[in-house]
Each structure stands twice: as structure tokens, then as C-alpha cells.
Ligand binder design. Structure first.
Ligand code: DGY
Length: 470
């Protein structure tokens, strides 16, 4: 992870709503008020950074439910898969043992077939829909969903292992987690690429983590809405409906859920029966990078007998990624596997092949140019969709807002390809955004306003693990 290296003038205001209270997120001790600082002018900058880090630490501590971290109180009261793997990076800066525990807790819910669920329902909670009673999966005693999420875990394990102060603990934990992660990556190959295309399928928008991305509009529209039991959404009790997916999308999310539940989430059937099947750039980029890191771990941990198998996945995916590249647009595109067409929507997932290291040097240069064009249209980087597109909605979840975790991934990728200035610009922008608007789920790229869930764990983790370095 790259350090904040870029000197920049920013308003050093820790947003008033970002102040923290254990029981009530809106009523909290107030941190130092607005003033101007120069990031890089050591004294003031470090003070503001200190405030931000203290809040981030408090957020993780308050969202800790005993070995796992909820993304945000009320809105997301369980353990989410990729949230946890990213949050572990934040924990590692505070307590390495706790970081390993986060992953262990996630993998304690792994299914026999290798799937690691997208949500684990460790304890009951009345504040979320659809909870364990709707999912009704029986594969895990503690209850879980029957779908997965972008497989970040191997990336985190390598990161924790390489940066560990406690090397003995790291070796022990990495060795314990390795076979479980390998089993999950094998599951991706068999359950989500049974036809051997090199790229894995995503069968539910929730699996992509980018639920209402415009990349899914057409594919989701083709899902017929079944007669499903009436339901009451809980998310709208926590967050303004202008920031969330619409009812029409929820009807289809639930249709898919009930269809999957009807076959007891049997992964052998789901690939062929799901009326939604896409090639998601986020999942495939994360998986590609995770396979590179898993390979590295295999060598490091004396598991060399697995290298050939992992190399096979990497090679096949490398060639297949090229079929997703739109040279005219200078951007990768997701694909609807059921129509066979590349999706027209231009989303920030299109830059994630940089994080994967799967783009060629010339593709990377095109991507950097496209990204600069996007950034010149908005105040805050990186919008989750092309800000010039007619369906750009700066406040609505994955249809426009800025996400710190995506900024981290793209910045990491840009650096790897030598685009240091652009990486620096995004890093400084992200820092400024969090400093000015607090630690939220996502942000309006036009105004910078915080949106979605407040006191959000993975944004706090990005503060601790990424933006504080340097
Ligand atoms: C939600 O409930 O909004 C989540 O994104 C599903 O994973």
C-alpha cells in the first residue's frame, strides 16, 4: 500500500457528524473544529491525521462484535465477506492478532464445497433485511447467505504476512488459512466457471459487492420478477432512499434469492439456472490478484505442489481478460454472459484490471488517460461511474459515489504501472475527502458530501492501512 506522499492544501476539518459516541452515532464528542492546514506542513498535518486515525480506531473498536467487525451499526449488523478482508488490513495496524482473527471468523463459515459466504449471520439482528430466516441456508450452523463476494482474503493474508511484526504468528495463521483460501479459489473455478472460460461468473448483484451498478441494469432487467412473499426493507430506515437501490432492483434481488434457495444453493445447479449471469470486473480482477498472492504464499509457505494449478488459473484468465477490453473507450467492460455482449456502462470496476496487474502497459496507459478525463469532470475522485454518462447519479450507492476501497485498489494499480502522479492525486483527494467529510460508506463525487452508512468500518480501515502511511 502506498503512503500519502503528496503535499496538498486541504481544509483540515474533521466533520462534526463524524464525532463519535458508543451508543448514538449522531451524538458525540466533538473533535477539533475547522481550520486550515497544509498537508505536508508537518505539525498541523500530523494533528489532523491523528484525529482521523483516532476516529478510525474507535470505529473499528465499536464495530467489533468479538472476532469480526460489522460494516456499520444498524445498516449492516453481520459479518460481510469482502468488508472483513479489507477491515483486517486496518486491524493489522492496531493489533495483528485481531486482524488474523477477522479472517479466521470469516472462514469458520466456509461451506463444505468451498464457498465462503457473502454474509455470515453470527448473531441475530432485527435491523437487516434479508436476514437468515429469508436465506434459509442450512449449510452452516451459524447461518449464512448462499452466495459469495469478491475474494479479497488471499490479498490480505499476503499483506498481513509481509508486514507482520509477529512473524511466528503470521506464519502459523497464514499456514492455517492457506488451504481454506485455496478451497475457495477452487470453488470459484468449478462453481463459477464450469465451462472453463478463464473468467468466473457472478450470479447475483450482491455477489459483485456493487449491487446497483449500471453495469447490471440490462442483465437485471432480464430477470423476471416472481411471485415473492411481501417484504419490508430495513435499509431505508437507516439511509435516505435517494442513496439506495430502487424497489424494482430489490424485487429482482429477492427473486434471485428465492430461486437459489429453492435448490438449496447447490452450486452445480446455480450457474445453469440463474437468470442473471455476468462477468464482473471487480470479482475477476480481485480473484486474479488474489491468485497471484496465493501463488506467492504457496511458494513462501512450502506449498509448492499447488503452484501449477494456480498458474493454470492465472494463465487462462490473462487471455480471457483481453476479451473485456474496449480499446475505443480505453476501459474494461463487464459482460452479460447470457446475451454474450459486453455491457455498455462505464464503471470504476473497469480500472480494476490495474489492481490485478493483468492489463498490458499500453492498456494501462489508456486506462490512466480515461481516468484522468473522469477526474477532470468531478471534484472528488474516483466516481464509481463515468460522470458524463446519462445514468450517473452522484448520490446513489454504486451509480456515482466515491468509495475509499476502490480508490485504494486503483491507486495501488496505478503505482504498479508507474503512474505515480495520478496515484498521488487520488490518494491526496481521498485523504482530503475523509478529513473534510468524515468516515462514511461513500461520498458524493461532486460535492464531497458523506453518504450511506456512517462510521463505516472499511473506510476507517483504509484510513489506518493506506492513508496514514508516509
Ligand atoms: C445490502 O444489503 O445492501 C448489501 O449490499 C447486500 O450485500
Amino acid at each position: 500500500m502506498g503512503p500519502v506522499k503528496c503535499l496538498k492544501t486541504v481544509p483540515a476539518q474533521v466533520h462534526a457528524h463524524q464525532s463519535f459516541h458508543a451508543n448514538d452515532v449522531s451524538d458525540a464528542p466533538v473533535l477539533p473544529g475547522p481550520k486550515n492546514i497544509l498537508i505536508g506542513a508537518k505539525e498541523d498535518a500530523s494533528k489532523s491525521l491523528k484525529d482521523l486515525l483516532e476516529i478510525s480506531k474507535q470505529i473499528l473498536t465499536e464495530n467489533d462484535r468479538g472476532g469480526y467487525t460489522i460494516p456499520a451499526k444498524g445498516l449492516y449488523p453481520y459479518q460481510w465477506n469482502w468488508d472483513s478482508a479489507l477491515v483486517a488490513l486496518g486491524w493489522a495496524t492496531l493489533n495483528e492478532g485481531r486482524a488474523w482473527e477477522e479472517l479466521e471468523k470469516l472462514f469458520s463459515a466456509q461451506w463444505e464445497d468451498g464457498l465462503v459466504p457473502h454474509i455470515v449471520f453470527h448473531q441475530p439482528s432485527p435491523t437487516y433485511f434479508p436476514g437468515p430466516e429469508i436465506w434459509g441456508s442450512v449449510q452452516q450452523p451459524m447461518g449464512s447467505t448462499g452466495i459469495t463476494q469478491p475474494p479479497v482474503a488471499a490479498i490480505t493474508v499476503r499483506n498481513l504476512y509481509e508486514t507482520a511484526v509477529n512473524k511466528d504468528l503470521a506464519l502459523q495463521k497464514a499456514k492455517e488459512l492457506f488451504p481454506m483460501i485455496l478451497a475457495w479459489h477452487r470453488w470459484f473455478q468449478s462453481a463459477r466457471d464450469p465451462e472453463g472460460t478463464g473468467l468466473v461468473a457472478t450470479l447475483h448483484p450482491w455477489e459483485s459487492g456493487m449491487d446497483n451498478s449500471p453495469a447490471w441494469d440490462d442483465a437485471l432487467h432480464n430477470v423476471p420478477v416472481d411471485q415473492i412473499p411481501p417484504y419490508v426493507r430495513q435499509d431505508l430506515g437507516h439511509v435516505d432512499s435517494a442513496m439506495r437501490p430502487k424497489k424494482d432492483e430489490y424485487d429482482r434481488y429477492l427473486t434471485l434469492l428465492y430461486r437459489f434457495r429453492a435448490v438449496n444453493y447447490d452450486c452445480k445447479q446455480l450457474y445453469f439456472l440463474s437468470p442473471f449471469r455476468v462477468t464482473d470486473l471487480c470479482t475477476n480482477s480481485v480473484l486474479y490478484r488474489a491468485n497471484l498472492d496465493l501463488r506467492w504464499l504457496a511458494v513462501e509457505l512450502g506449498q509448492g505442489e499447488n503452484v501449477k494449478e494456480i498458474d493454470g488459473w492465472i494463465e487462462k484468465a490473462r487471455d480471457a481478460f483481453d476479451t473485456l477490453y474496449d480499446a475505443e473507450e480505453g476501459l474494461y467492460k463487464c459482460k452479460d454472459q447470457l446475451t454474450g455482449k459486453l455491457v455498455a456502462a462505464k464503471t470504476s470496476a473497469g480500472f480494476l484490471p490495474l489492481f490485478a496487474r493483468v492489463a498490458s502497459a499500453s492498456q494501462a496507459a489508456d486506462l490512466a488517460r480515461t481516468l484522468e478525463r473522469w477526474l477532470n469532470r468531478v471534484k472528488h475522485s474516483i466516481p464509481s461511474c463515468d460522470p458524463e454518462a446519462p445514468n450517473f447519479e452522484p448520490l446513489r450507492y454504486w451509480r456515482g459515489p466515491v468509495w475509499a476501497i476502490i480508490n485504494w485498489m486503483i491507486t495501488d494499480g496505478l503505482r504498479a504501472y508507474g503512474f505515480e502522479d495520478l496515484a498521488c492525486r487520488i490518494e491526496a483527494d481521498t485523504y482530503e475527502l475523509l478529513l473534510s467529510h468524515g468516515i462514511s460508506e461513500y461520498y458524493n463525487p461532486v460535492t464531497g458530501a458523506a453518504a450511506g452508512g456512517k462510521l463505516f468500518s472499511w473506510t476507517a480501515a483504509m484510513c489506518l492501512a493506506w492513508l496514514s502511511k508516509g
